[in-house]
Design a protein around this ligand. Structure first.
Ligand code: ASP
Length: 441
């Protein structure tokens, strides 16, 4: 059994958190490869080290003195080093070098990546295992995407040589020979890459919540954690804004069938959530998760005999394409069609889009409306359970919520409903109560 364990910024924000991480790693011998993030927030108003580094980079590129900023960043690490009692270990030399490089040739990705690099060094010292610089084993191509072939070949060979090691998250080496990072939260992606290269049995992703929650805790108080979720369900929920894991983190492990186990550093006894390709595990609820987003716009188009006009849909969509707007949903009727788009992409261009639809598709009328919220009810169990939609609509009707749009994915994995922005929270609570709280076996 071989596990790759990734720890998020809040799990490594202080010496106290490091100690918890240490006991988690020591509790299971199969936790052999460790991928740390940079120190995150210790309390809600705190600043993540990555953000401190990015600010220092900005000051350096404006030619300002960065001594004070570097001092504050160094203090974060020194507090951890002292708290862990790592005598004789210091990052002084590293900070001298980072300061020099930032002054002479400030580069954003290099600056941002140092948070993980330095934390990785502390982690390796603390655990007494090897340190592998991610810039030597993770490579990007000229387009800025992962260079799969080179990365897996190099990384797998390097891991063969180290039975236990720390590989800092978030960065690798760009095609131009400079350090390059993934997008924010990208240590999750590193963990997944390491798990694939190591052919691990499990990728454990340790964070500060006990797994993926059925609904947003800011809307539903104390929602249940999901025990098992498939990659496809997760994709549907993350698309709707539910986030625990970087979106790109599922791809490397998904193709080799390595499950991801989301765990809580502050409650290691909790089983967390298993993200898997497929599962026969009995589900407690028909619905796996509920997520949603506010602020969509609808463009409602009518044209007599639209259904018989070949190419009508294409012409309408072309109007969006010409304006560089991606559409989210497209429910249609016999002589009507609605396009749902994100308000922030659409509002500034609305009149251009309307005139383009008139020019290209010659409809009878176009009406646009804003203030739509979408709620996705996701569950692999829905295709074998009858009455899910009925229950859902009854729950919303009971709260007096008018459903403005319904879209059931053909996979029968999700039902998406559109409601007024102002009904959003009530709708999510009502759905949660119906499917989770009042569930009858
Ligand atoms: N430290 C980086 C960030 O704050 C990457 C990560 O934590 O995954 O985005």
């Amino acid at each position: 059994m071989k596990k790759v364990v990734k720890f998020g910024g809040s799990s490594l924000a202080s010496a106290e958190q490091f100690l918890k991480v240490g006991s988690i790693i020591k509790a299971d011998e199969s936790r052999v490869y460790v991928v740390p993030s940079a120190p995150g927030k210790r309390f809600s108003e705190d600043t993540k080290v990555t953000d401190m580094l990015l600010r220092a980079y900005e000051s350096a590129s404006e030619g300002k003195d960065i001594a004070e900023e570097i001092k504050a960043i160094k203090a974060r690490y020194d507090e951890i080093i002292t708290g862990l009692g790592l005598e004789g270990f210091s990052l002084d030399k590293d900070f001298e070098e980072i300061t020099k490089i930032l002054k002479e040739n400030p580069q954003k990705d290099y600056a941002a990546s140092r948070g993980e690099f330095l934390n990785g060094k502390i982690m390796a010292e603390y655990l007494g295992i090897d340190f592998i610089d991610a810039a030597e084993v993770i490579f990007f191509n000229a387009e800025g995407n992962l260079n799969d072939y080179k990365t897996y070949k190099t990384l797998a060979a390097r891991l063969e040589e180290s039975q236990r090691a720390v590989i800092p998250g978030f960065y690798g080496m760009g095609k131009d020979g400079n350090v390059k990072t993934f997008s924010r939260g990208g240590s999750d992606v590193t963990g997944s890459i390491v798990a694939k290269a190591a052919r691990a049995d499990v990728y454990e992703n340790w964070t500060d919540v006990s797994g993926f929650l059925v609904a947003d805790p800011r809307i539903v108080p104390n929602p249940k954690a999901i025990k098992y979720i498939t990659y496809r369900e997760l994709r549907e929920l993350s698309y709707m804004g539910a986030s625990v894991l970087h979106e790109d983190a599922i791809f490397p492990v998904r193709h080799c069938g390595i499950p991801i186990n989301i765990r809580n550093t502050n409650a290691p006894e909790d089983a967390g959530t298993w993200i898997v390709e497929s599962t026969c595990q009995k589900q407690d609820y028909v619905v796996t998760g509920i997520a949603g987003k506010k602020d969509f716009c609808t463009i409602f188009i009518t044209k007599a005999m639209m259904n018989a006009e070949i190419g009508f849909g294409r012409k309408v969509l072309q109007a969006f394409e010409e304006n560089n707007i991606s559409f989210e949903h497209m429910p249609s009727g016999i002589d009507t069609m609605t396009i749902v788009v994100h308000a922030d992409e659409f509002i500034d261009k609305e009149q251009r889009v309307v005139s383009a639809i008139h020019r290209l598709a010659e409809p009878d009328s176009i009406e646009i409306e804003s203030g739509l919220a979408l709620v996705a009810v996701v569950g692999r169990g829905m295709k074998s359970a009858s009455g899910t939609a009925g229950k859902l609509f009854t729950a919303l009707a009971a709260k007096g919520i008018n459903i403005k749009m319904i879209d059931q994915g053909s996979s029968e994995l999700n039902i998406i409903i559109g409601v007024k922005n102002s009904d959003f929270e009530t709708a999510i609570k009502a759905i949660y109560d119906t499917f989770i709280v009042e569930k009858k076996k």
